[in-house]
Ligand binder design. Structure first.
Ligand code: FE2
Length: 280
């Protein structure tokens, strides 16, 4: 097998730094190792990459279809790629557009079939540092709970809605159109990973609403407990971005949090998401 790939764990629980690969020219053997590492570690950081937009998309296509992000109107947080490349979303924050992804979330759970994964590339990093991304293992979070709690939560579901985060950026006409296309969806609160079979805590502070199938007062208490479990540092890794860093995460296995400690400086990233399947 002609590959120099090196996969170094970030912690025993989650994440790996991957070196010795060029994502522009991944042969099938190396891709198989990358794929296996993604399933095993949940988050992979590739350093010193020189991915142009087409290569970024091509790497994503190795995992599946590209998810076409519906919010494309340049609403201050997301905008289409400046060269009009379909499937690439630009996330741009500066003094006038502060970062807001600083809460634990799983990308796009407001889709009936949330993405398999996201691939994020650093374009412009804050001049004075900061802007790391934190990841939490949903499997480790679930496994840390006692059996009674696991069973209780496994019987619950959560509603998910984009409106909570993106509604404020849309005018009423847009809002109505998106509402019709993207109704609220419901997912199990414990998700079984379709490839590994591992169970994970699939609740989401950003897009999730309540916890169904528990009396409301208990649901509130449980939700705050579950969000606390996901926020436990022992289940985390933290990626420091450098020029050329590309990070891919398994959106079925990890939650993430973009630390907004760089305001008012500028941070620009580009993301491609790979389409996923219906959680069960
Ligand atoms: Fe995100």
């Amino acid at each position: 097998m002609a590959t120099d790939i090196k996969i170094d764990k970030i912690t025993p629980t989650i994440g790996a730094d991957v070196s010795g690969v060029d994502l522009n020219t991944l042969d099938d053997d190396t891709f198989a190792l990358v794929h296996a590492a993604l399933l095993d570690r949940g988050v992979l950081a590739f350093r010193d990459q020189d991915l142009d937009p087409e290569a970024h998309l091509a790497f994503a296509r190795r995992f599946g279809d590209i998810d076409q992000y519906p919010f494309k109107k340049g609403n201050a947080h997301f905008s289409p790629h400046p060269d009009g490349v379909e499937g690439l979303v630009r996330l741009e924050h500066d003094e006038k557009h502060p970062g807001y992804e600083n809460q634990w979330h799983i990308d796009m759970t407001w889709r009936a079939e949330p993405p398999l994964g996201s691939i994020l590339k650093a374009i412009e990093l804050p001049a004075s540092g900061g802007g790391d991304t934190m990841f939490s293992s949903l499997g480790a979070a679930y496994e840390s709970m006692d059996e009674h709690s696991q069973q209780l939560v496994a019987n619950c579901t959560q509603d998910h809605d984009w409106l909570k985060v993106f509604g404020r950026n849309l005018d009423p006409a847009e809002l109505g159109a998106f509402r019709a296309d993207l109704p609220m969806v419901n997912h199990p609160a414990v998700r079984t990973h379709p490839d590994t079979g591992r169970k994970g805590l699939f609740v989401n502070e950003a897009f999730g609403i309540g916890l169904r199938d528990l009396p409301q007062v208990h649901a509130r208490q449980w939700l705050s407990h579950l969000y606390g479990v996901i926020a436990t540092p022992e289940f985390h890794c933290r990626i420091k971005w450098e020029p050329g860093t590309v990070v891919m995460w398994d959106n079925r296995a990890v939650a993430h949090y973009a630390v907004n400690d760089y305001y008012p400086e500028r941070r620009v990233m580009e993301r491609v998401t790979v389409a996923g399947d219906k959680p069960f």
